[in-house]
Design a protein around this ligand. Structure first.
Ligand code: HEM
Length: 157
């Protein structure tokens, strides 16, 4: 299982590193997330609905705080707001009944000097958390594919 998980980390890293170049429907920073909203709520349900997504985000934040590759980035963060925004965003991108009305990914991450290695560390943590919570691999990959186009807006000077 460990080998399987690490292969998927590599796969995810590839998907995310090439960013949206292979994605036909890449949202630009100025396009609201709703524009890229999926047509159905199958992924939302596969993630466990609202309770499942809240659990994923809570676990993710717990892991991130312990991860010395990236926790310094969150030293001044408003974790309560971040939690709420991540839940709304994951719900929205997975086709759930939520609207994400937070900052664009470009606005939220500008000036933080986030690197691709840090981005991939966060993704690795997300995979680990979903794995631990028993989210089916196909659903994990679908969520990762929907987050991948955000790479270029998150990473930067
Ligand atoms: C696909 C990857 C990512 C997604 C979907 C994501 C999502 C978000 C969301 C929804 C917010 C809240 C925006 C708001 O307040 O309106 C946020 C803020 C933030 N993100 Fe990310 N993020 C990602 C990657 C990263 C990475 C890799 C880092 C750093 C290693 C990071 C660091 C932060 C920080 C520091 C904030 C601001 C928190 C605060 O000041 O309260 N994010 N992100």
């Amino acid at each position: 299982m460990a080998a399987g998980a690490s292969i998927r980390v590599l796969l995810a890293t590839c998907v995310l590193a090439v960013g949206a170049s292979g994605c036909a429907t890449r949202p630009t920073p100025s396009v609201p997330l709703a524009a890229a909203a999926p047509a159905d709520d199958a992924l939302y349900r596969a993630l466990g609905g609202q309770a499942g997504i809240e659990g994923i985000v809570d676990d993710l934040l717990d892991v991130v705080v312990e991860d010395e590759r990236i926790n310094f980035q969150f030293a001044l963060a408003n974790i309560v707001r971040l939690r709420g925004m991540l839940i709304a965003q994951f719900c929205s991108v997975s086709g759930g009944p939520c609207r994400y009305d937070g900052l664009t990914m470009e606005e939220a991450h500008a000036g933080r000097g986030i690197t691709t290695a840090q981005f991939n560390a966060l993704v690795e943590n997300l995979i680990r958390v979903m794995e631990r919570r028993g989210v089916p691999v196909a659903a994990q990959n679908r969520l990762l594919r929907r987050l991948a186009p955000m790479h270029d807006d998150v990473v930067g000077p």
